[in-house]
Every structure is written in structure tokens, then in C-alpha cells.
Write a protein that binds this ligand. Structure first.
Ligand code: COA
Length: 433
């Protein structure tokens, strides 16, 4: 037995054993999404109820599974402090049982650290290699906070892919670990609608051979990816590594040969998807995962020429202000890395950013282009940052345009049923003559 295997054996306990090492008032931070250590959290929730623990804070980007610690009645014991809001946390945040911490994803590690000493860093990892290293698997986003934590706990899961990059932790750094047989969370991509397909075609026509792309999750980014099948020499620098990128790699479209930074590699900070995606990533040096403070740094992003960022939003006003994270005052999601990539793309030689959306919501009853934002809406991408807005009616090119030119561009891509009303409101607001 090697010294690392020996150390592994000594540090190995159960999820319950780790839960015993977490105390009332502890500030705990985890890698995100499918890398959340669910067995430890389940054991902690049980212990917190049984032993009356209180005031534990659990921070990560976003939980992807409904778990016992997320029950409203648990919030006095374990309170979620999310860096993004999703299906498992939206109502909890709205009702005050969980908190949202606003911020650009690139800066979230520093924001988290600014709240005080981190007592616990924990994450799901893939099994240890012969040299004593564990890979952070599906997410390395907050992993640079591990070195600042008083205790480090790992949940070793053989279904987590062993990803490459700056995403390893050594057994000597670890306080305790447990093993989990619970398969990591899988997510199946959403359907592509006819509107997604049309928008995808508009954006693909704007992407040159050799470009470097960032894609989010959802129908529209998937539709863009499908429309890129005839491109050559694309690269990836994207906070999320998506399932659609696997298709483009297997088709020979993505080879990263023209990137200026991390040439020959895809760069990402987290991933989630189907088992096919996880198998593709397992021990695959073509894709590298780094902490989000590195991947989402706009200055790094901008070093790739022809950097193309593609994201989505909730609504846009005629000034070009983009709300991507709330419906009125209710947090729908979070800022995430949208502005990191918009700014990175805008500073890249030949770079462009696209905010893509259907022209309407709620079965065509609401225009997503508004004269002014809905009261309480949060601006994610400011009018000084915005570049292109895309709907099924075309592309509004806002960069370098005056206020009235922007309004006219946006009205031209609004749904025809709302254009007349928008023009009237724009005139009333003195945006257009
Ligand atoms: N007014 C009212 N409701 C609206 C609306 C509007 N203008 N626009 C959308 N909605 C509703 C939809 O009807 C839908 O409601 P439902 O859940 O009840 O069906 C919901 O909001 C989500 O809309 P949808 O178009 O399905 O969103 P999406 O899944 O494509 O995600 C964002 C869009 C904006 C929420 C998502 O892209 C996001 O969170 N962006 C910010 C972060 C980011 O860009 N990160 C970088 C890339 S990973």
C-alpha cells in the first residue's frame, strides 16, 4: 500500500462521521451544481435536527437536487446562501428561507471570502489517483477557496468524471473523506423550438471560422451549436462545458487550434448533463477545468480573438438595458457569468456578444422588449456593455448606436403585435422623435 493509500484509509470515514465535524455557526462552501456533496449534506441535515444545530451557512452556486436541508423548516439550522437561483432555491429565496448573494461569477470567490473565515470546504470528487490526487470532477468553480478553509471534506464518487486542468486536490490537504455510491446528478438538455432554431441560424451566420465560443444552457445555445456544424477550427472558453460541445468536438468542428490562450484545450469551470457528457469528460485532457476566478476573468477571455459570447435574458428595454436574472423583483436566476463574458467578448479582437431571446413570453402575451424595464427588474448587462440582441425577427446591433438608433433597432426585432405600442411609448419618453 502506498503512503497515499495509507493516508486515504486513515482519513476515510462516513458521511455521518463528517457531519459530526461540522458545528453550529459554521460557514461552509462547496463546489457547485453536480459537485455538491449531497451525502454529507443529507447526514448533516439529520444531525442538525437531532442535535439542534443552528446557524450553519451552506454556500455554492446553485443546488441541483431537492434535499432535506432545503426544506423551509431547516433554514434556521442550515441556510442556503446561493450565488445563483434555480428551480430548487427560487421559492426559498423569495420566501426568505434562503439567501441570494449577487455578484459576477468571476468575483464570487472573493465575495464569499469577504464574508469571513471559511470553516469548511467540501465537494464531490472522483476517486484518488496513484499520486494521491482527487479531481474536482464536474465543478472547479469555488475550489480556490479550499486552501483558505479550516477543514476540507471530500465525498468520493466513482460516477464523477476525472476531469483535467487546475482542478485537483491532494489527500494530504484533506481533513476527512467519505465514499458515496449515489450517481451524480444527470440533466437532459431541453427541446429546441422553431424559434430557437431561427435565432440559432442568425447567430451562427455571425460566427467566423476559428472563433472561440461561450455557450450557456438551454434551447437557444443548443440551437446555435447545431447551426455551427459547418464551421471550422472553433475553440471553447466557456464557464459551462455543454453537451452540445461534445457534438461539435466529435464532428471535428471544435479543435481549439486558433485560440490564443489555452490553445488546443477547451476551458471551463463547471459542467452538467447526461451520462454521455460525463463519460466524454472522464480522463479527457482535451477539456480543462479551472476555478471561476480564472475562467471568467474578462481580461483572460478577451485574449482570444473572435471571442463570441451567447447568453439569454428575461427582458430588454429600449435603452438596451438587459435584465437576465429577475422577473420584476423576484429573482429568477442570477447574474452568473453573463457580464464577465459580454465584457470579455467586447474587448476581444473581432469579438461579439449576443443576448438571444424569443420576442415574447407567456404564450405571446408579453413582449420581452419593453419601453422601460418592469418595476423591480434587475439590470444584468448595462446599456454601456450591450452589443447585439437577437430575436426570431433578427439582430438589433446596439454597439456604437445612439439612444434613438438603439430604440429603433430594438423595435424592429420586437414581435409585430407590439411594435406600434413600443413606438408610441418611445416617443412619449422622448427616446425617438
Ligand atoms: N416577463 C415575464 N416572464 C418571463 C419573461 C418576461 N419578460 N421572460 C421569461 N419569462 C418567464 C418564462 O415564461 C418562463 O416561465 P416558466 O418557468 O413559468 O415557464 C421563465 O421566465 C424562464 O424563461 P425561459 O425563456 O424559459 O428562460 P431560459 O431557461 O431560457 O433562461 C435566463 C433564461 C435569462 C433566465 C437564463 O439565461 C439566465 O439565468 N441568464 C443569466 C445568467 C447567465 O447568462 N449566465 C451565463 C451563461 S451560463
Amino acid at each position: 500500500m502506498s503512503i497515499w493509500q495509507d493516508m486515504y484509509k486513515k482519513k476515510l470515514t462516513t458521511a455521518e462521521g463528517i457531519a459530526k465535524l461540522i458545528n453550529s455557526g459554521d460557514y461552509c462552501v462547496s463546489n457547485s451544481m453536480a459537485a455538491e456533496p449531497c451525502s454529507i449534506l443529507n447526514a448533516l441535515a439529520k444531525r442538525a435536527e437531532k442535535e439542534d444545530l443552528k446557524g450553519i451557512t451552506h454556500t455554492l452556486l446553485n443546488p441541483m437536487r431537492d434535499q432535506p436541508y432545503l426544506k423551509p423548516e431547516m433554514s434556521q439550522r442550515i441556510k442556503l446562501n446561493a450565488l445563483f437561483v434555480g428551480n430548487c432555491s427560487r421559492d426559498l429565496v423569495w420566501e426568505g428561507y434562503a439567501e441570494y448573494l449577487p455578484g459576477f461569477y468571476s468575483e464570487q470567490p472573493r465575495n464569499v471570502q469577504s464574508r469571513g473565515e471559511i470553516n469548511v470546504f467540501y465537494a464531490t470528487v472522483s476517486p484518488m489517483d496513484n499520486h494521491g490526487y482527487f479531481s474536482f470532477g464536474t465543478a472547479a468553480d469555488l475550489s480556490d477557496l479550499a486552501v483558505n478553509a479550516q477543514k476540507i471534506f471530500l465525498e468520493v464518487n466513482s460516477t464523477a468524471p476525472r476531469t483535467h486542468g487546475n482542478c485537483f486536490i491532494h489527500i494530504s490537504q484533506v481533513t476527512a473523506l467519505c465514499e458515496s455510491k449515489d450517481p451524480i446528478t444527470e440533466v437532459i438538455s431541453g427541446e429546441i423550438t422553431e424559434i430557437d432554431r431561427v435565432v440559432g441560424e442568425y447567430i451562427a451566420a455571425e460566427i467566423p471560422h476559428g472563433a472561440c465560443i461561450q455557450l450557456g444552457i438551454g434551447g437557444m445555445p443548443n440551437a446555435v451549436a447545431q447551426a455551427l456544424m459547418d464551421k471550422k477550427d472553433l475553440g471553447v472558453h466557456s464557464e459551462m462545458f455543454t453537451e452540445s460541445m461534445v457534438d461539435l468536438i466529435e464532428a471535428g468542428v471544435i479543435n481549439n487550434s486558433k485560440k490564443n490562450v489555452h490553445r488546443g484545450k477547451c476551458l471551463s469551470t463547471f459542467t452538467y448533463g447526461s451520462r454521455r457528457l460525463y463519460d466524454f469528460l472522464d480522463d479527457n485532457p482535451f477539456v480543462e477545468f479551472y476555478p471561476v476566478s480564472y475562467v471568467n476573468n474578462p481580461f483572460l477571455i478577451s485574449q482570444n480573438d473572435n471571442m463570441i459570447s451567447i447568453n439569454s435574458c428575461i427582458e430588454v428595454d429600449l435603452f438596451g438595458q438587459v435584465c437576465s436574472e429577475s422577473i420584476g423583483p423576484k429573482n429568477y436566476s442570477g447574474a452568473g457569468g453573463q457580464l464577465d463574458f459580454v465584457r470579455g467578448a467586447m474587448r476581444s479582437k473581432g469579438g461579439k456578444s449576443f443576448i438571444a431571446m424569443p420576442s415574447t413570453a407567456k404564450g405571446g402575451t408579453i413582449s420581452k422588449i419593453k419601453s422601460v424595464l418592469t418595476t423591480g427588474s434587475v439590470v444584468t448587462t448595462t446599456r454601456s456593455d450591450v452589443d447585439n440582441i437577437v430575436t426570431e425577427y433578427g439582430i438589433a446591433r446596439l454597439r456604437g448606436k445612439t439612444t434613438s438608433e438603439r430604440a429603433k433597432e430594438l423595435i424592429a426585432i420586437a414581435h409585430p403585435d407590439f411594435r406600434k405600442q413600443l413606438r408610441k411609448e418611445a416617443q412619449k419618453l422622448h427616446i425617438i422623435p
